[in-house]
Design a protein around this ligand. Structure first.
Ligand code: BES
Ligand code: ZN
Ligand code: ZN
Length: 459
């Protein structure tokens, strides 16, 4: 797909390089000494933290791009860290990773020649730093692959193409990729996925990625990613402005693909499954309607009160399918509700689980990766609001004010289908696109790819 910014290690200094030099003081400036351009940077007064360091590193890449540098050279990683207590390996990883994600832009559709892609080069890194750099670069390339998939417009990234992308992302690895078409989806009685897909000309797919890095008998971790390739809202149609970014409504699915690519490339010793129910939520005479009652794969019936609450419908069938794997943990990732954005703003994904230990671990992984999460409650008080009128369940709150607690309602709905295994729901709508100050390109952030990799590795 898109040409990736190159990040590599190097011993000699190339021409047109911008060499990073850390000095005391404030701000960033460029100076030229003996034919070498230096990006002189400083950390300012406030003590560095992991959080501030990540963003500061991304600013270096942004500055290098702004002045059109061909490559950014890092000589002294330790100086860059400015006294921050961090191991060499982690330091190498953090710097390489953040520089690489900060140099990404989505250029696939630009026909005019683009500015030269910024390369990042490391000189004089020690062995521990180098192994961190390798890992950071690999992880970033997978996050950027997630972004390429997510950023592709809905007209081009159809469910069928998404399945092809999953296959492409995993070629040459030990993972296998299969996808069900409409007939097999029907045969598996995934009535919710079929219901959502009905209005679109594009056929749905149910994508399955299987990676067996652990012992055959080890219970796998299953990642389930929402794969709505475009969300018009269906007959409960979204207003124009709200529809603008809705080609990104498969960001959860894209992150599952990117994460499995990274997991397979890193040869993580775990069994990991990726499931992506993929459909376009469109409008036609064949669309599912408000008032329709869908029968899910679990057998439970659902009153469709709003066709725009489609993510939880397709995920319901995927969460039931996940039971077949007898998983040790299921993590679903979805751009599920605008309400999660209202609740948290743009700096954290919402997580929901009834298991305190899981919530704590996922939160810690969020801190470790920079893909932050914040927990919302999934108490029975909330779960009660998911009762259906004529069906067993309703896909939006059927009692009380439907505008209150919308993100929780989404999680509460899913909890009915995630009964037989440990489970956490990640509503990543807040992190679908960058927050101001993230220093990431417009479009998809690629989150929570790195978080999923961390879960596979450390859970
Ligand atoms: N894909 C949207 C949620 C969304 C909105 C994600 C904005 C990212 C940014 C989802 O399918 C949706 O439309 N949810 C509805 C649910 C409502 C009808 C209960 C929403 O959030 O309004
Ligand atoms: Zn929707
Ligand atoms: Zn949606």
């Amino acid at each position: 797909m898109t040409k990736k910014p190159k990040t590599r290690k190097l011993r000699t200094l190339p021409a047109a390089a911008l060499v990073v030099r850390v000095e005391k003081g404030k701000g960033m400036r460029i100076v030229r000494e003996y034919d070498v351009d230096y990006l002189v940077v400083s950390h300012g007064e406030a003590p560095l933290t992991l959080r501030t360091f990540r963003v500061w590193v991304r600013k270096l890449a942004e500055e290098a791009r702004r002045v059109d540098a061909a490559c950014l050279v890092i000589d002294d990683l330790r100086a860059l860290a400015g006294g921050l207590e961090i191991l060499d390996r982690e330091l190498g990883e953090l710097v390489a990773y953040n520089l690489s994600i900060a140099t990404y832009t989505f250029t696939r559709y630009k026909t005019t020649s683009q500015k030269r892609l910024l390369e990042v080069m490391f000189r004089d890194a020690n062995d521990a730093q180098s192994s961190g750099i390798d890992r950071g670069m690999l992880l970033a390339s997978c996050v950027n692959a997630t972004r390429d998939i997510a950023n592709t417009p809905g007209g081009d990234m159809t469910p069928r193409v998404l399945a092809d992308e999953a296959k492409k992302a995993l070629v040459g690895t030990r993972a296998t990729v299969k996808a069900f078409g409409p007939k097999e989806i029907l045969r598996h009685k995934m009535g919710a996925l079929l219901g959502v897909a009905k209005g679109a000309k594009e056929e749905p797919r149910f994508i399955m990625i299987e990676y067996k890095g652990g012992a055959p008998k080890d219970a796998p971790i299953v990642f389930v990613g929402k794969g709505i390739t475009f969300d018009t809202g269906g007959l409960s149609m979204k207003p124009s402005d709200a529809m603008l970014d809705m080609h990104l409504d498969m960001s959860g699915g894209a992150a599952v693909i990117g994460a499995l690519r990274a997991i397979a490339k890193l040869k993580i010793k775990r069994n990991v499954i990726g499931l992506i129910p993929a459909a376009e939520n469109s409008v036609s005479g064949e669309s599912f309607r408000p008032g329709d009652i869908l029968t899910t794969m679990s057998g439970k019936t659902v009153d469709v009160l709003n066709t725009d609450a489609e993510g939880r419908l397709v995920l319901a069938d995927a969460l039931t399918y996940a039971e077949l794997y007898k998983p040790a943990l299921v993590v679903d990732v979805a751009t599920l509700t605008g309400a999660a954005l209202v609740a948290l703003g743009q700096h954290a994904s919402a997580i929901m689980t009834k298991d305190d230990a899981i919530a704590e671990r996922i939160s810690a992984f969020g801190e470790a990766t920079g893909e932050y999460v914040w927990r919302l409650p999934l108490w029975d008080e909330y779960v009660k609001y998911t009762k259906g009128v004529h069906g067993d369940l309703a896909n939006i709150q059927s009692s009380g004010n439907t505008r209150y607690g919308g993100a929780i309602n989404g999680g509460a709905f899913l909890s009915h289908f995630a009964r037989s295994y440990p489970w956490v729901h990640i509503d990543m709508a807040p992190r679908m696109t960058p927050a101001p100050g993230d220093h990431l390109a417009k479009g998809a952030t690629g989150e929570p790819t790195a978080l999923l990799v961390k879960i596979a590795e450390s859970y």
